[in-house]
Design a protein around this ligand. Sequence first.
Ligand SMILES: Nc1ncnc2c1ncn2[C@@H]1O[C@H](COP(=O)(O)OP(=O)(O)OP(=O)(O)O)[C@@H](O)[C@H]1O
Ligand SMILES: [Mg+2]
Length: 353
Amino acid sequence: MRSIPAFNNPSMHAQTAPASLPPQPVLRIRGLCTEFPTPRGPLPAVQDVSLDVPVGGCVGIVGESGSGKSVTFASVMGLVRAPGRVTAGQVWLDGTDLRTLDEAAMRRVRGKQIAMTLQDALTALNPSLTVEHQLVEVILAHDDDVSTLPWWQRRRRARTRALEMMALVGIPTPETRLQDYPHHFSGGMRQRIMIAIALACKPRLLIADEPTTALDVTIQAQVLELIASLRQSLGMSVVLITHDLGVVAERCDRVVVMYAGQVVESGTTAEVIGSPRHPYTRALLRATPRVEDLAQAVQPIAGTVPDMVDFPAQCHFLERCTQRQDACHQHIALAFAPGTHQARCVLANGGLS
Ligand SMILES: Nc1ncnc2c1ncn2[C@@H]1O[C@H](COP(=O)(O)OP(=O)(O)OP(=O)(O)O)[C@@H](O)[C@H]1O
Ligand SMILES: [Mg+2]
């Protein structure tokens, strides 16, 4: 995990947080709920999640393992497989409600408008197909510059484009690597190839799920730098799902903190990292090393994320919270309002429902 550079100094975000973001977000999620059946009853993995991704913005999604980060965005992409299902909510991409689209329309959206790099590059890539095959297929399916060419020119143009993409993500001598299979590449290179596939069709929105997990610090920095430069050159918006608050502090304009299926805090990076309102966010920050105070020991969060099957209506963080009180033993609401700093806590926002 990277350390957080001076996260209590909001001025450090002046460069990354534009003064006024356009009001119409590229992605708007409202009241999203997804559940999986289990022998003990339904597991509500995503509960009433609402968030916005501004055009050209970079939103960090943080939270412990199992908090619902990946399932939220699998739900956005229409990739939750039965018997799991999205039970409520809306997902608008540039004003289109994705939940009203059929599978064929969603396939066109995926890759072309939203691309997602999955958490595990090795399993996300097809091990039995060459990198060329996987890149070219995506380009042929989604790149209008290629698919509108006469059919006899398409494959050659797609191959050239695949080479360009591999060079763009920093694969050395791409022409010698196109015929390689995913297992021929190192972990960092597989991450880059996933990013190349995701970016091949210049999506409006990139959802990068733990793009740097399991990479060493140098490669991690290169992959994040690559995403940042593409964000700038393509005008792309980015959702960065990560455990790493240091990465969020450096790279994101806004932060959404998830805990046990819910958004528990959201706001600008300066607000959430600089003046956290939810006891869970504060605990996460205490559990992360700070660059300016390496002498101070990190404090792990005692306890574990609760089992959400048949969970009572109460604050999800209650059992681990040092500030719990009687009022926490009921449903705590987060009245999502775009652009504001909010926390799902009775101590902030008057969050009782
Ligand atoms: N296919 C599935 N079937 C049943 N339960 C699932 C399935 N996928 C996810 N879950 C459950 O949904 C919850 C949220 O999982 P999710 O993968 O979104 O967590 P996460 O925040 O991405 O965690 P991590 O940081 O470890 O990637 C977890 O309790 C997980 O066990
Ligand atoms: Mg995940």
